[in-house]
Design a binder for this molecule. Structure first.
Ligand code: B12
Length: 489
């Protein structure tokens, strides 16, 4: 069961689960369920209670706990082995068994080999299922005493040695057509940076060979995988490479782009870090057909970035990156966080100013509210200094509400900068979609920022405001429709 309700990315493909199911193979009696609506909870309840499967596997992120709690409150899972997997249980192991006493086991880290191994052991009626690598099993003896069998996590494997992912487990045709014909894929894995808000910077700690955390497949395998995926959906108009940082290895990206252009030739988008961008990399990406690149700018406050976020670069570096992209006609998208622990309104204003006045090339982007993910440095810091609001465990993502208490900034201030930044980027995006000249677009930015409240009401409507929510939906549809017709050109 893939929990994917109300994430703001719905309906989305999950690359880890495509890999997991690709490893299990089609001949096995395993049913996959993409839970992306609350109504699905009733369906899975019935499926679980009316079937005699050996196990029920749950993949969930921190913000999906609310729905998992809802399901488990009313569902009898005592007949099957209930196992959890994914980033959240991996980084919040002990607590997962406390928050969800129904779990019999959790899978720590990547699961391809270990999950197949567990299935085999169950099929063979093997007594040593409790020894399955990567899994932590909960055991309860006859006196009711609970103990845990913690099995070692095997070394990270080379991506080339993994079976291909299987995207057919999803309603992929509908997902992709809803997304304007964009096929999201993931080639490599891991991120070398250590940002304190991000789970990725802690996941490597689980493995005996953490130095191998950042992995790229061979170019040959990458092209083969892309071709195989495209056979599923030949109408794909572009590709998103969801790798954490696609440009980590300059040699890899340069060679990849050359071959990709010849063998695939579809436009693509990817994620990158500002430090990895220079003229050479932009030239290579341009040859490959890149259209836009997503960057975590995160904050315009160099103090916050350096001391809290662990992103030790100057604003100059960010500006230079976006200028370089402009030079090569590549769109840069800027993603930011507001409401971080210790962040003051003045710091949020710096984020706004950086994006508005210094990153003119940032044609789209967003601000998100900070959300504390267990296992990360910023989560620990927030707990140490008692900075978190009660009840945030039920938040469904980082677009809902501020997570911090009103110590360093009021929620009103945090919401203000969240809304102003999102309005800025929506206007820039619309301007680009309508092919407005940049100066005109910036005049509209000026006006909408001056009278930001009503405009922000449309772009970021309050949950209770039904009228604004309707207008917002129409606006999103318009942007999407327009985006598609521009892409077709
Ligand atoms: C690509 C990506 C996306 C994509 C695609 C989603 C996806 N997971 O494929 C999109 C844009 C849709 C997305 C959306 C979101 N994302 Co995201 N995303 C990532 C990213 C960059 C890579 C994920 C990935 O593919 N990893 C590689 C695969 C191989 O690993 P994996 O997913 O962990 O899966 C393996 C194991 O966990 C295990 N496994 C997983 N489930 C199960 C289940 C069982 C039963 C078993 C046995 C094993 C098992 O086996 C898999 C194969 O090895 C990560 C950062 C990262 N490096 O993890 C963030 C990350 C996962 N995302 C994150 C967040 C917060 C979100 C959102 C909640 C954003 C929001 N709206 O607020 C949504 C939630 C979507 C959802 N329902 O889960 C956080 C999660 C933090 C947390 N503790 O929950 C991460 C870690 C980034 C961060 N900020 O720290 N995301």
């Amino acid at each position: 069961m893939y929990f994917d309700i109300d994430t703001g990315f719905y309906p989305g493909l999950h690359h880890g689960l495509a890999y997991l199911m690709g490893s299990v193979g089609k001949n096995n009696d395993i049913q996959f369920f993409h839970i992306y609506k609350e109504e699905h909870l009733k369906e899975v309840k019935d499926l679980i209670e009316n079937n005699s499967w050996d196990l029920v596997g749950v993949s969930f992120t921190t913000n999906q706990r609310k729905y998992l709690w809802n399901l488990l409150e009313t569902t009898d899972v005592s007949k099957q082995l209930l196992i959890g997997g994914g980033v959240h249980p991996t980084l919040d192991k002990e607590n997962t068994f406390v928050e969800f006493p129904e779990f019999d086991a959790i899978c720590v880290g990547e699961g391809e080999g270990s999950f197949v191994e567990l299935c085999k052991r169950l099929d063979n009626g093997s007594k040593d299922i409790y020894e399955t690598p990567s899994f932590i099993f909960k055991k309860i003896d006859i006196t009711g005493k609970i103990s845990f069998k913690v099995n070692p996590v095997p070394p990270l494997v080379h991506i080339d040695d993994l079976p291909f992912p299987d995207y057919t487990i999803f309603d992929y045709k509908r997902i992709m057509s809803d997304n304007g014909g964009v096929f999201a894929m993931m080639l490599g894995r891991g991120c070398p940076y250590l940002c304190t808000y991000c789970a990725s910077s802690h996941l490597w700690k689980e493995y005996p060979n953490p130095k191998n955390w950042v992995r790229f497949p061979s170019i040959k395998r990458s092209i083969k995988l892309i071709k195989k995926n495209l056979e599923l959906y030949p109408d794909a108009r572009s590709i998103i490479f969801a790798d954490d940082v696609f440009t980590v290895r300059k040699d890899w990206i340069t060679e990849f782009c050359e071959i990709y252009k010849k063998e695939i030739g579809l436009p693509f988008e990817c994620n990158a870090r500002v430090e990895t961008i220079n003229d050479d990399v932009c030239k290579a990406l341009k040859i490959g057909g890149v259209t836009s690149i997503d960057f975590g700018v995160e904050s315009g406050s160099a103090w916050l970035r350096n001391n809290i976020v662990n992103r030790k670069h100057k604003n100059k570096k960010i500006i230079k990156c976006f200028d370089t992209l402009e030079k090569h006609s590549i769109k840069g998208f800027s993603y930011n966080i507001v409401g971080m622990p210790l962040e003051t309104p003045a710091m949020m204003k710096e984020t706004y100013k950086l994006n508005r006045y210094h990153l003119k090339g940032a044609r789209y982007g967003r601000a998100f509210y900070y959300y504390p993910y267990p296992g990360t440095g910023m989560h620990d810091l927030s707990l140490e200094y008692n900075l978190l609001r009660p009840g945030i465990e039920k938040f469904t993502g980082y677009m809902e509400s501020p997570s911090v208490l009103e110590i360093h900034a009021s929620h009103k201030e945090i919401r203000k900068w969240y809304k102003k930044i999102n309005l800025l980027f929506t206007v820039r995006l619309l301007g680009d979609k309508l092919h407005l000249p940049r100066p005109i677009s910036e005049v509209i930015v000026f006006i909408t920022q001056l009278f930001w409240k009503p405009f922000a009401g449309i772009v970021e409507p309050d949950k209770s405001n039904v009228v604004m929510k309707k207008i917002n939906k129409k606006l999103k549809l318009f942007v999407k429709k327009f985006g598609q017709s521009v892409a077709q050109e």
